[in-house]
Design a protein around this ligand. Structure first.
Ligand SMILES: Cc1ncc(COP(=O)(O)O)c(C=O)c1O
Length: 406
């Protein structure tokens, strides 16, 4: 199926913003445009509800109710219970809190499996536990393709491994890892699983319940929402890990791993992400609410992106003056495409800007995967990333600009 892109782009004020006119946006993996329902809710909150929530007066009651609404609707879309979803300042911050909790639960000599495919947010916080006696085992990518081979995980697992962490999608390799299969292997060995879904969620909210991990992390500012880190922690693990919040909140699962006070307005405005996905589904003939709408929106967005991505992959794969990282078939990857060039990625991005292309260059905090694939970190990569609202014409424009600047 193809999306009604006029309708879709009509839901994003950035596309009618005069200062952005004529600019094709290809740095979505850094942070997406924000959908109108989120901006509208944020504005309403600051105008009408910007008071301490959950008190009995009306403005406060409405603010608290909107925060609860965001958690309940997004949790349902993610296939988990409402109190299994919590909001923190960012995914990186959430991971640091989780790492502390695991440290308190684990005994010295027990092990965590990390990858060299992850963004630093789901790597460094865990690796630092080596300083406190936790054994860190690295599940390594193929240095040529960046592929994380599920079969190689087996050899790293034994009874001392308490946790396996890996990305749903790396923000430079782009390949979609098989979360279901990997989680099953880790669980069979008695380990918990933490998945960084930051580079996957913008392409369709996953059914975390069906995927199976114990923790699933993503960032709403890359998923059409405000700047928050969303964290699913399944109850069995959440009850087991030591509480990291105030002692008197220990009985409330969604408060146990978010020691910072919540950003009320942003949590409330996150309900706008659910509004948008439901409206997208309904507009294209799908269900109009809840998890069914989220599944329909996911599949429709993925189909749109896959069709839009293949021409770009074909173009890049055919050039012999650059190295395309990750899979060449759109179906197995996200439209987050990193290329290694003869020169610096940032210089190429600057040259593209002169042609109305917004893209980025550098390491994107994916220092470990780039190093493992032999990329010179001083040069970094050029990254071209998009989502479902990107048009085939914009991809054509990008290819035209690449022709001129590379
Ligand atoms: C794959 C991936 N994981 C984690 C993060 C960190 O997210 P946050 O900025 O919310 O800490 C990013 C940010 O770029 C990312 O791309």
């Amino acid at each position: 199926m193809t999306l009604d892109l006029d309708w879709v782009r009509g839901r994003f004020p950035a596309f009618s913003e005069p200062s952005l006119a004529g600019q094709a946006f290809f740095e979505n993996a850094g942070g997406s445009y924000t959908c109108a329902p989120v901006i509208d809710r944020l504005t309403r909150f600051y105008h009408e509800r910007k008071v301490q929530p959950y008190a009995p007066y009306e403005a406060s009651r409405l603010g608290g109710a909107e925060m609860d609404e965001a958690r309940a609707r997004l949790a349902a879309m993610l296939g988990v219970e409402t109190d299994e979803l919590s909001f923190g300042p960012s995914t990186t911050q959430n991971t640091y809190v989780l790492a502390r909790a695991f440290r308190q639960m684990m005994r010295p000599g027990e092990a965590i499996v990390v990858t060299d495919q992850d963004h630093e947010a789901n790597s460094g916080p865990w690796r630092r536990l080596a300083d406190e006696g936790i054994e860190i085992r690295e599940w390594k990518i193929d240095p040529e393709t960046g592929h994380l081979d599920p079969e190689a995980l087996d050899a790293l697992l034994d009874e001392s491994v308490r946790l396996v962490v890996f990305p749903h999608v790396s923000n430079v390799v782009g390949e979609i890892n098989d979360v279901v299969a990997i989680t099953a292997v880790a669980h069979a060995a008695g380990a918990f699983v933490c998945v960084d879904g930051v580079s996957y969620a913008p392409h369709g909210l996953p059914d975390v319940g069906a995927l199976g991990p114990d923790i699933y992390l993503f960032s709403s500012y890359k998923t059409y929402g405000p700047h928050q880190g969303l964290m699913v922690i399944r109850r069995a693990l959440g009850d087991l890990l030591p509480n990291q919040g105030h002692f008197f909140n220990a009985g409330v699962l969604y408060k146990r791993f978010t020691p910072a006070g919540p950003d009320h307005a942003q949590v409330a405005a996150s309900a706008g992400m659910a509004d948008y996905l439901e409206a997208l589904s309904a507009h294209h003939g799908g269900p109009s609410t809840g998890a069914d709408a989220a599944r329909f929106a996911h599949d429709a967005m993925r189909a749109q992106e896959t069709a839009t991505l293949q021409p770009l992959l074909d173009y890049l794969a055919a050039r012999n003056d650059l190295r395309l990282l990750g899979p060449r078939k759109a179906g197995g990857r996200a439209p987050t495409v990193a290329v290694e060039l003869a020169g610096r990625g940032e210089d190429a991005a600057a040259a593209l800007a002169a042609h109305g292309i917004m893209a980025g260059g550098g390491d994107f905090y994916a220092v470990r995967p780039l190093k493992a694939m032999g990329v010179d970190l001083d040069k970094g990569v050029l990254r071209l990333s998009f989502v479902h609202y990107t048009t085939p014409d914009e991809v054509e424009k990008l290819i035209g600009a690449l022709e001129k600047v590379l």
